[in-house]
Design a protein around this ligand. Sequence first.
Ligand SMILES: O=C(O)CCC(=O)C(=O)O
Ligand SMILES: [Fe+2]
Length: 223
Amino acid sequence: MRGPGGPELFQLDREAREIAPGAVHVPDWLSLSEQQELVAAARLWCSGSARLRHQRMPGGGVMSVKSTVLGQSWPRYKVQQAGRPEALPERLGTLGVAGVSRAYGQDSPEAVAFEPTTAVVNFYDADARMGMHQDLDESGPDPIVSISLGDTCIFRLGNLEHRGRPYQDIELKSGDLLVFGRSSRWAFHGVPAVKAGTGDASLGMRNGGRINITVRSTRHDRR
Ligand SMILES: O=C(O)CCC(=O)C(=O)O
Ligand SMILES: [Fe+2]
């Protein structure tokens, strides 16, 4: 497809930019070796009682994405992951703070205040999708720090009101950072597609797929 909406639209600009107020996309934030380390570490973190599972949604459906939570959890996960270790891997805490600093500046109030407690790890095979939703598990105002590994996806960032338009689609590639906080903290968002086979073979994801890690703080409103 050529013209607006065609694949070339996504190739033009891989500069860091604020895609919406408070939503900052930093392409190629992690080096290939950092990505490789993170893929290997994620394999260990997501084992045993923290293994990736198709989670059941409140409405009773089952997600096509497999996911797990590391660190402090929420009630919906406690049921499904009894016995899971409570500690957030230190590396993810560090990356979370570094991500907020990269997005908003090291001296920004968000970076200074961010104390990550939790990471959600999602795994998408070629057919997995994530529907439009808001991240309401935390009361905020801390931002969500998202790291992508493996296959490229289309990430849809919508509006604050509902799942529909207006929204924009961006590509998230392996090593990309996306921080959404401030005025975009409660924006609807989702992943309508994964581009199978686009991940670098040296990442060690033999069967392909996409890993997304979001680093979060579950602390309640402090400000
Ligand atoms: O996979 C992504 O990029 C988004 C994941 C997400 O929205 C979530 O886990 O709440
Ligand atoms: Fe989300």
